[in-house]
Design a protein around this ligand. Structure first.
Ligand SMILES: NC(=O)c1ccc[n+]([C@@H]2O[C@H](COP(=O)([O-])OP(=O)(O)OC[C@H]3O[C@@H](n4cnc5c(N)ncnc54)[C@H](O)[C@@H]3O)[C@@H](O)[C@H]2O)c1
Length: 286
């Protein structure tokens, strides 16, 4: 039997997911509803499918999706994830920045556990969460054996590991953020390929400053050693278009480097499609 799929959001990434469905890449699913804010956009998206075009959460949830894929906003996740989990629907998140708040993460963890539902953090514009999780676990196990302090199973935080998330992006994508300055786009100061570090801090501080730009850093931190332990470096590279995210984790004597360049954010939507396919497949890759 096909799983019932709902999509929260009706923007650029939601459209890619719906188009993938229309192209047959989600043949184990039936798209039952799309929820957005702009009726015209939502109706345009569901056109050619049997899905309901929803403007209100209760109408969306009445379609009883088995799984809801989110491509909306951090605020939408904060506002709706608990209700969705309580409705008996699993949840795939793209706006993972919402989970940088430990108290919120803990409360949705409890809700999911109480209602027998799950939250899936999609790999978005990066990846390698399998190896990050494995190395973080090995570091925790090492600490436990050494009876060191500081590790907790819930957050994956460990003291004897180092995780760095280094992003390079074009200066234009930093416009309208607190990190942007005119110097970054001044051709008299910069030459092609020049990089300026505009932020250094941990993943929690990064998402606090850039609520829409560093979901990937929070996701990789949650897969690895935690949002407060993961160091984030954001660099503006003159003349660059697209994003390059390089994650390095050194733990338990191992080292992994996961470097992903993408010219657009399309990869994030496709990561949701890949995740949904993986969940429906008799053979899951981890
Ligand atoms: N994890 C990743 O790698 C990654 C990469 C890129 C983008 N993102 C995140 O994915 C999300 C979607 O990105 P996009 O480019 O499609 O954005 P977009 O602005 O094109 O679309 C967002 C859509 O969500 C709708 N929406 C927002 N809040 C809502 C709410 N409370 N209820 C109902 N609908 C709501 C908007 O009306 C809009 O249709 C953003 O939060 C973005 O930061 C994550």
């Amino acid at each position: 039997m096909k799983k019932r799929l709902g999509i929260l959001g009706a923007g650029k990434l939601a459209k890619i997911i719906v188009d993938a469905y229309k192209q047959g890449f989600l043949s184990d699913y039936e798209l039952v509803a799309v929820l957005g804010r702009n009726r015209e956009h939502v109706e345009g998206l569901v056109n050619g499918t049997e899905a309901a075009a929803c403007m209100e959460m209760d109408v969306f949830l009445a379609t009883k999706p088995d799984i809801v894929a989110e491509a909306a906003s951090v605020a939408a996740v904060k506002d709706h994830v608990s209700t969705i989990l309580q409705n008996g629907s699993n949840f795939v998140a793209l706006s993972i920045g919402a989970f940088a708040d430990e108290a919120f993460l803990e409360s949705v963890r409890k809700t999911a556990s109480t209602y027998g539902t799950k939250i899936y953090l999609s790999s978005g514009a990066v990846g390698g969460f399998d190896v990050l999780r494995t190395l973080a676990l090995m570091a925790q196990a090492q600490e436990k054996l050494g009876k060191d302090e500081g590790g907790t199973e819930e957050t994956g935080s460990v003291m004897n590991a180092k995780q760095v998330f280094c992003t390079h992006k074009g200066p234009d994508s930093l416009r309208n953020t607190p990190l942007f300055t005119e110097e970054l786009v001044d051709g008299n100061i910069q030459k092609e390929g020049d990089s300026t570090e505009v932020f250094a801090g941990n993943a929690k501080e990064a998402i606090g400053l850039l609520p829409t730009k560093v979901n990937v850093a929070v996701a990789a931190s949650l897969a690895g050693i935690g949002v407060e332990q993961t160091q984030v470096s954001i660099n503006s590279t003159y003349g660059m278009s697209g994003d390059d995210h390089c994650i390095t984790l050194e733990a338990a004597g191992c080292k992994t480097v996961i470097d992903t360049f993408s010219p657009t954010a399309d990869i994030a939507a496709w990561s949701v499609v890949a995740l949904l396919r993986n969940l429906a497949s008799p053979i899951e890759t981890f």
